[in-house]
Design a protein around this ligand. Structure first.
Ligand code: CA2
Length: 147
């Protein structure tokens, strides 16, 4: 099983500021957690981060026919990007949306998620653990689909 994790703009700076919202661990710690999860579960996992909308669209397109599932935190593009929504719909790879913070209790402009409209599930407000839960949800979903 191959799962691709995509992180959007500024998530590479995790740990630098706003620890009350995003925690104090850095991006390398998030990648380490994801790699350990993949090793424990015996899955192939790749991680991609970009600050550029088009690069995220390209990565989603490249996953077509290669990856079984996508975990995506589009960060600020969550609330603006129809292009990422369309790419997720175009490849039709089961995708799970993750947000470190509880976006539902934040500013009004964070209440819309375009990418979420193409996702089978959303985890928000669970910190880094939301990514682990998203990977595990996808594993279960894909295994059940196989049988
Ligand atoms: O809660 C999340 O995971 C978000 O996707 C994070 C985005 C935000 O725009 C979304 O509304 C919710 C922002 C990521 C910015 O990360 C930072 C990294 C270092 C310092 C400050 C912010």
């Amino acid at each position: 099983m191959r799962i691709l994790v995509i992180n959007g703009p500024n998530l590479n700076l995790l740990g630098l500021r706003e620890p009350d919202i995003y925690g104090s661990q850095d991006y390398a710690a998030l990648c380490g957690l994801l790699r350990r999860t993949a090793q424990q579960d015996g899955i192939e996992l790749s991680i991609f981060q970009s600050n550029h909308e088009g690069d995220i669209v390209d990565e989603i397109q490249k996953a077509y026919g290669v990856c079984d599932g996508i975990v995506i935190n589009p960060a600020a593009y969550t609330h603006t990007s129809v292009a990422i929504l369309d790419a997720l719909k175009a490849v039709a790879i089961p995708a799970v949306e993750v947000h470190i913070s509880d976006v539902s209790s934040r500013e009004p402009f964070r209440q819309i998620s375009y990418a979420g409209m193409a996702c089978i599930k959303t985890y928000a407000g669970l910190g880094f653990d939301g990514y682990v839960q998203a990977v595990r949800y996808l594993e279960k979903y894909l295994n059940e689909k196989k049988n």
